[in-house]
Design a protein around this ligand. Sequence first.
Ligand code: NDP
Length: 255
Amino acid sequence: MNLFDLSGKVAIVTGGNGGIGLGMARGMARAGASIAVAARNAVKNAAAVAELDPLGAGRCIAVEVDITDSASISSMVEAVVRQLGGINILVNNAGTNIRQRPEALAEADWHTVINTNLSSAFLCSKACYPSLQAAGGGKVMNNGSMLSIFGSPWGPAYAASKGGMVQLTKSLATAWAADNIQVNCFLPGWIDTELTQRARQDVDGLHDHVLKRTPAERWGHIDDFQGIAVFLASAASDFVTGAAIPIDGGFSVNI
Ligand code: NDP
């Protein structure tokens, strides 16, 4: 038995059209899974599907979804079940940040970040639960952050949302263990994506700070997430649930 084989499994990856989500989708596609790339931008979705489809034996499809909208999430789940036959794996990866100090953060911006990063994970997990249960079990992965652990003067809503992801993970893990559904959170360090390319432009010295603080002495690459995705999606992690696993080149253990 290949513990890491994902043949016949169906994975939804929110935000799978770029960045960390695309890296995770690559790993799972290579391990044999069918992938639903779920995000708003149809052009980016199509490009990701074209890249992912040849990687493995599974089928890859694009689903346009706004994860801040529960009706859109219901349509996503319905489309995936209709086209791919069920759901075995959900990656709650999509997210955003609005960099602002707490005293200046607009109420609407607080809600945008919380809804996009945290409420979406609850809504997508809840919407997928009947399919995971019907499949006899499944896997949910939630994307946290170093700001699941640390605070930042520039990211009150982001840190609150990512801290919340860890607690949501633990609650889902305890609630759904009896259904053979494992729920885990992974905490990326500093990864080179569109999100952080913007941060690097906005924050003086960020690039050098990351290199200095990260024992691996480099930024993470989206392909660094292929392995954790396959592990947390596969039978290899069947006794791992409720965990929060840093994928950070050692950032979180360095003083
Ligand atoms: P990207 O900007 O590359 O990815 C963000 C993804 O989220 C895009 O695919 C985007 O697709 C999707 N998305 C955003 N809003 C919505 C929405 N309302 N509905 C559906 N999809 C949406 O950045 P990253 O890959 O860096 O970020 C992915 C996750 O990783 C986020 O949760 C982020 O917080 C987290 N993270 C990133 C770190 C890093 O260093 N890069 C560090 C720690 C955590 P589209 O615009 O087409 O909808």
